[in-house]
Design a binder for this molecule. Structure first.
Ligand code: GLC
Length: 750
């Protein structure tokens, strides 16, 4: 039985066995007033970062009077120590939780999670989470609001930047790796933090890709596609979970007992702490499923929410709701118990200041080994989308290189959305990286060339959009052309600034902004060799660019070491290995889009009118899930199967030959997909069920073998429990989800 299922079932068994009551916690609960109990459920925001619609007020007084159980958006040993000391002066001296959105690093920033997922390297991702936890804990924190594991098929939604793409199998592996990285071993260790799987649930399926919008989907789609990564985090022992802003079957997730009790606790065996997203309890009034704060607080507590992020409705309303009998004190105690248990398990009762160590912060934050890991993570996150006539890698020869584009010299944009305590002054931009790599070998020129986005809405927009250069577009374009005229090669760095993806950053048009496309045209018109680097937090519509540029590199937001890693790839010190974890559409009109599409009753056929297709563009993506080139080339031999039949509970091996047909050392990630040919429900034409990275010497041939067991064939049955049915399956192997060779086998009935 493969790991994923074994871990899940083991996790279920362990979690179902309720721990014996802890006398210390029970005594403490007995000594608390109802107001103090409500206070423990109150999570307040500090002001070192702004991540939501409103601020918290009166924090220090509320901590002193036992009306605050935790704080987020406050970090550093000094700032957290100061608040913890106030908590130690409260009547019961209950220590505070300190949370923060350490999503892809704390001070050392790694590539945004969507970029990192393109490494297809869960062990690397686990190591980045381990470093993030070490740095966060050294900076006074004991809780991170990560991993964000929301599956999404819609690049209009800006938060795809925070997730691991469209596939539940890979997303589950990454989810587990991040939880293991954050919570490594003993949670009381001062370099561990509690992780938080979010956003529960289905948030990545917001209608029309518009953030905070409603979600509506079948139970089958939930179970097959959206639930698995949350479940994987639970099976990996994640200690907290965060509810999402959206509704599910018409009930807001924050007040949804079916989700938070029946599914999350009963079915998946989660016994940790549930926290809401930012002011989400109060937002149930906007959702119009509750009339007022009392109803919202009662619905949330009865659904299974333990901590209230920022709305303060638990603080204000729960005492009276308990006194009036509308809510039982036992239910209140259950939530308090989970908060106190987490604090105990983090070692906070033993030493509330263990993570407030200035000396450790100095030695840990952004140290050399963390920077090295950040550079390796960034290298492996880069995806080479196109490389016509081996335009890349570039030579480190005496030449003149022009770095042009609004993102070429930006350090802040390298850190991407949710950059936590990242320091952009210490980050390497593409220009920094190229200059450092080439040193005096070549002349490196730079021009901005255009704004990131100068369209009308940006001029009228608030402060969330990138700055507008006072020189105006024509002057910037003229400067870029002058620089380009002196250059042998142009490296054009275009894309999204950090504000243009992440939360509250949905886009209805996912092309490069018009002013950047104008710059691109002008650079192409120079006739100079021009390499396109795309920095973005989502798949963009690169149809126009894909037919015009000889080479296109998808560079996401690569983090603190991003510019250095990019230069490593551009000049051949590291050959790209990244593979897309989200399909790149030809047009926004294709969204939502996933490679895990179903056949339909009328599969697309360009020769037959009445079939499922667009009349203006092909159905398939511009760049498919799993796509990514490197500097070598490969030939794939036929796919073979060890036996045409697989007995129940048995296994078969699927193997494929791969040959490095280049004169370079080359690395490839081969992928295994399965298709259930006939089932009791419609099933995807292919589903990722394995992958292996191989490195081959020039001319070397290797046979890559995948083992298939029932766990690879398993999917939610009629009762949505793991289910395997006999019948024929196709096993497909190849370098991406579109270029596959297939072999059929039969899973026997008995
Ligand atoms: C935000 C985000 C959530 C984050 C929280 C705290 O609104 O939705 O992902 O963890 O607030 O900053």
């Amino acid at each position: 039985m493969p790991r994923i299922l074994l871990i899940f079932l083991t996790g279920m068994a362990i979690l179902h066995a309720q721990p014996a009551p802890d006398p210390m916690i029970e005594d403490l609960i007995r000594s608390m007033t109802i107001e103090e109990k409500a206070g423990q459920l109150n999570l307040m925001t500090g002001s070192m970062d702004v991540t939501g619609t409103r601020a918290s007020e009166g924090m220090e007084q509320k901590i002193l009077s036992g009306q605050c159980g935790g704080v987020f958006n406050v970090y550093t040993p000094a700032a957290t120590r100061q608040l913890q000391e106030i908590a130690m002066r409260s009547r019961l001296k209950i220590p505070l939780l300190f949370g923060y959105d350490v999503i892809h690093g704390h001070r050392t920033i790694f590539p945004i999670p969507l970029g990192l997922s393109c490494s297809w390297n869960p062990d690397l991702i686990r190591r980045t989470a381990r470093v993030a936890a070490t740095e966060a804990a050294a900076d006074g924190l004991n809780w991170t609001f990560s991993p964000m594991v929301d599956i999404s098929h819609d690049a209009r939604w800006g938060r795809v930047a925070e997730g691991s793409g469209e596939d539940p199998w890979l997303g589950s592996e990454i989810s587990r790796a991040m939880v293991q990285g954050y919570q490594a071993g003993d949670l009381t260790a001062p370099d561990s933090v509690a992780a938080c799987v979010k956003h529960l649930a289905l948030y990545g399926a917001v209608t029309a890709g518009r953030d905070y919008n409603t979600v509506d989907m079948s139970r089958r789609l939930m179970e097959e596609t959206y639930f698995p990564p949350y479940r994987a985090a639970v099976a990996a022992g994640v200690r907290t979970a965060m509810t999402s802003f959206n509704d599910i079957d018409g009930i807001p997730a924050t007040g949804n007992r079916w989700l938070l009790h029946d599914i999350l606790r009963q079915r998946w065996g989660f016994d940790g702490l549930v926290v809401t997203d930012y002011s989400a309890i109060e937002e149930m009034i906007q959702h119009s499923t509750t009339e007022n704060g009392e109803q919202a607080a009662r619905q949330a507590l009865q659904a299974g929410v333990d901590m209230d992020m920022v709305s303060e409705l638990y603080l204000k309303k729960l005492p009276d709701l308990v006194k009036s009998g509308a809510v039982s004190e036992e239910q209140l105690d259950e939530a308090v118990r989970r908060v106190l248990t987490l604090k105990r398990d983090l070692g906070l009762f033993k030493d509330p200041f263990a993570r407030c160590d200035e000396a450790r912060a100095k030695s840990v934050l952004l140290n050399e080994s963390h920077r090295d890991l950040a550079r390796q993570a960034a290298r492996e996150s880069i995806v080479l989308l196109k490389n016509q006539d081996a335009a890349l890698p570039l030579k480190k020869s005496p030449a003149t290189i022009a770095l042009i584009g609004p993102l070429a010299a930006n350090r802040r944009d390298m850190l991407g959305c949710w950059a936590a305590a990242g320091n952009d002054n210490l980050a390497a931009s593409p220009l920094d990286g190229v200059r450092k790599t080439l040193g005096t070998t070549a002349t490196v020129l730079h021009a901005r060339g255009s704004d990131v986005d100068d369209s009308e809405h940006v001029r009228l927009g608030g402060s969330f959009f990138p700055e507008i250069d006072p020189r105006g577009s024509e002057e910037m374009l003229a400067e870029a052309e002058k620089i380009a005229a002196k250059a042998d090669t142009i490296i054009l760095v275009l894309g999204e600034s950090w504000e243009m993806n992440g939360e509250a950053a949905s886009r209805a048009d996912i092309r490069l902004p018009e002013c950047q496309r104008t710059l691109a045209s002008r650079m192409l018109a120079t006739g100079k060799p021009c390499i396109l680097i795309v920095m973005s937090g989502r798949p963009l519509d690169l149809s126009w660019e894909s037919s015009r540029f000889p080479a296109i590199v998808q560079a996401w937001a690569l983090g603190t070491e991003g510019g250095n890693a990019l230069a490593d790839v551009l000049f051949g010190d590291f050959a790209p290995v990244g593979k897309l974890t989200m399909s790149f559409p030809r047009a926004v009109g294709q969204l939502p889009m996933t490679y895990r599409a179903k056949n339909t009753g009328r599969p697309a056929n360009d020769k037959i009118r009445y079939t499922s297709k667009y009349i203006d563009i092909p159905n398939d993506p511009l760049y498919p899930f799993g796509h990514g080139l490197t500097y070598g080339t490969f030939k794939y031999g036929p796919v073979k199967v060890s036996s045409p039949e697989m007995p129940p509970g048995g296994s078969i091996q699927v193997s494929a030959e791969i040959t490095n047909t280049s004169n370079l050392l080359a690395t490839e990630t081969l992928q295994l997909y399965l298709r259930d040919i006939v089932s009791f429900v419609t099933r995807p034409l292919k589903e990722l069920r394995g992958y292996q990275r191989v490195t081959l010497q020039p001319g070397e041939t290797k046979t890559v073998t995948f083992e298939i067991t029932d766990a690879h064939l398993s999917f939610p049955g009629p009762d949505f429990k793991p289910f395997v049915e006999p019948g024929e399956f196709d096993a497909m192997v190849g370098p991406d989800s579109a270029r596959l060779q297939s072999v059929r086998f039969k899973r026997l009935e008995k």
